[in-house]
Design a protein around this ligand. Structure first.
Ligand code: C5P
Length: 234
């Protein structure tokens, strides 16, 4: 496969074309942003961690029957993926109260959520990624009701596969964000699954092992990302 022009640059990744129209290369950067890019910084070697962690989790999910865009990891910072049209939704699954849910509804951080909660946010920087009801998704024509039902099913299945995987590694999967894309009319799990897009708490100490260390200036950010890599890819 030959790398072509840059098609898109996001906050944490760049997307490059290839010599095949149905394949793209995802390049993982060390740039970190939070609070809709109001806070910016660098997490050294984050791109390498997120590339390798995403590879491991996409392989696990494919084996478990969740179709993904992942094809192969090319090197430390790049993976080859199927080209998809991203559905402009951030799909969040929550097992434990944290972050914006605690704030919005006045719930106590750390309370278990049973059954898991699935939410969608409009992927729209200028609007600040607002929370959407199913009816808003329909109004904005972001997905059909059938596609939204399939997205929810795949998001819950992903949670079912990831939860025991992290539990076995001494981590609590608090919540995570997924993005889906369409390729040949089929929904595929896309983007990345990494400490940038998940909340993990150490089972013993309850310490954050994810981007919350950057958001809340908790220190030892690089150390936490390396520890996630060690536990996930060992
Ligand atoms: O901020 P909030 O509590 O809604 O985040 C829920 C989950 O989604 C967290 O794991 C967070 O890292 C992830 N998220 C993300 N990208 C966003 C917003 C949230 O990966 N733009």
């Amino acid at each position: 496969i030959t790398k072509g022009a840059m098609l898109y640059e996001g906050k944490a990744k760049k997307i490059f074309s290839t010599d095949r129209p149905d394949r793209v290369i995802q390049y993982f950067k060390d740039d970190a942003t939070a609070f809709n890019a109001q806070k910016r910084g660098t997490i050294v070697e984050k791109g390498v961690v997120n590339n390798k962690v995403s590879e491991r989790l996409f392989r696990l999910l494919e084996q478990g029957g969740v179709p993904t865009h992942f094809l192969e990891r090319l090197n430390d910072r790049e993976m080859l993926t199927k080209k998809v049209a991203i559905v402009p939704l951030e799909v969040v699954v929550r097992n434990v109260v944290a972050g914006s849910l605690a704030k919005r509804l006045g719930l106590k951080e750390g309370e278990p959520i049973e059954p898991p909660l699935v939410e969608w946010y409009y992927k729209h920087d200028a609007l600040g990624d607002p929370l959407l009801a199913d009816e808003h998704v329909r109004l904005l024509r972001l997905a059909t009701p059938e596609q939204l039902a399939e997205i929810k099913r795949l998001a819950l299945k992903t949670n079912q596969l990831l939860q025991p995987f992290f539990r076995e590694r001494g981590m609590i999967l608090v919540d995570f964000k997924l993005e889906f894309g369409l390729a040949d009319g089929r929904l595929l799990l896309a983007d990345e699954i990494s400490p940038d897009t998940c909340r993990f708490w150490d089972q013993t100490t309850k310490e954050s092992m994810d981007k919350d260390r950057f958001r809340k200036d908790l220190g030892k950010i690089e150390e936490a990302y390396q520890e996630v890599l060690k536990r996930v890819c060992a």
